[in-house]
Design a protein. Structure first.
Ligand code: HEC
Ligand code: HEC
Length: 229
């Protein structure tokens, strides 16, 4: 072997070693709270008992660069945890999150985050659903986006559009445009149950035009929050 070939061989070994280590870490440490393979949760009992989001379709859902940075410095996505009824208490006006009941997410090194993100991106059981989506280019102004999200389709009942503003039962959506692939956003809005049969997000039969508007709005929100790249 020439020197160049040796270097290539050693690099290939290092890369496969990192992938193997990442796979082990995922199945040892992350699998305690996250589903990594198999069919989605099929009963409400299991849905309420979830300790973390289903990662078995992570490669169809997340943006890889977001995974790498979030895993090093996690911020809260679900303001009231996986199941909000476990983490809200009655406030004087409405329900309030009880932060004492919420745990911080484990943070990992840049090296581990990079390797784990690469492993997660391989999990793509729903390429078929993603292939059905076509994102049309276009823009939306904030007011029209908010009307569509809040007034026309009632999405704000469950989703925060800025920290502390909006519903508590779903993930916040002000970083969704940075976190999620646009085709996933469109597909999840079109038919949440195709991804999570027992999710409490309703299928509102959102029209094609509105789906496109909602995707643009979530991307705009992520940019306005200084999170868009
Ligand atoms: C003790 C349980 C627990 C362990 C262990 C854990 N997680 Fe999580 N994970 C959670 C919870 C709870 C959330 C939701 C956090 C939030 O809403 O801010 C979450 C969220 C996530 C998300 C974002 C999911 C989303 O869309 O809401 C990713 C990605 C993730 N975890 C990856 C990992 C990886 C990789 C590991 C292993 C290094 C890991 N987690 C270990 C409980 C856990
Ligand atoms: C009754 C509450 C509820 C309503 C109304 C609702 N959602 Fe959701 N949404 C959820 C929950 C809960 C999830 C998390 C899915 C899961 O893990 O089960 C979710 C997930 C999502 C996601 C994926 C986010 C992620 O990080 O996983 C998007 C995007 C989304 N909703 C957009 C919308 C839009 C747009 C509307 C209005 C058309 C809407 N939602 C209406 C509860 C709701």
């Amino acid at each position: 072997m020439t020197r160049k070939h040796w270097i290539a061989a050693v690099l290939a070994l290092l890369v496969s070693g990192a992938a193997q280590a990442a796979g082990e870490m995922l199945h040892k440490e992350c699998a305690a709270c996250h589903k990594l393979d198999g069919a989605a949760v099929q009963t409400l009992k299991e849905a309420f008992a979830k300790k973390g989001a289903d990662l078995s379709y992570a490669g169809n859902k997340y943006r890889e660069e977001w995974l790498v940075s979030w895993l090093q410095k996690p911020t809260r996505i679900r303001p009231a945890g996986m199941y909000y009824a476990d983490h809200v208490k009655r406030g004087p006006k409405s329900d309030e999150v009880d932060p004492a009941t919420l745990q911080d997410h484990v943070a990992i090194s840049k090296e581990d985050a990079t390797a784990i993100a690469a492993e997660l991106m391989k999990l793509r059981p729903h390429d078929d659903l993603i292939a059905k989506e076509k994102i049309e280019p276009g823009t939306i102004d904030r007011q029209m986006g908010e009307m569509t999200f809040d007034k026309f389709w009632g999405c704000m009942a469950c989703h925060e559009i800025e920290p502390g503003y909006g519903g508590l039962s779903g993930p916040e959506v002000y970083t969704a445009g940075q976190r999620l692939q646009p085709e996933f956003i469109a597909s999840f809005i079109r038919n949440p149950q195709a991804w999570e049969p027992k999710t409490w997000m309703p299928n509102k039969n959102v029209s094609e035009g509105a789906i496109q508007k909602l995707v643009r709005y979530l991307e705009l929100l992520a940019k306005e929050n200084g999170n868009g790249q």
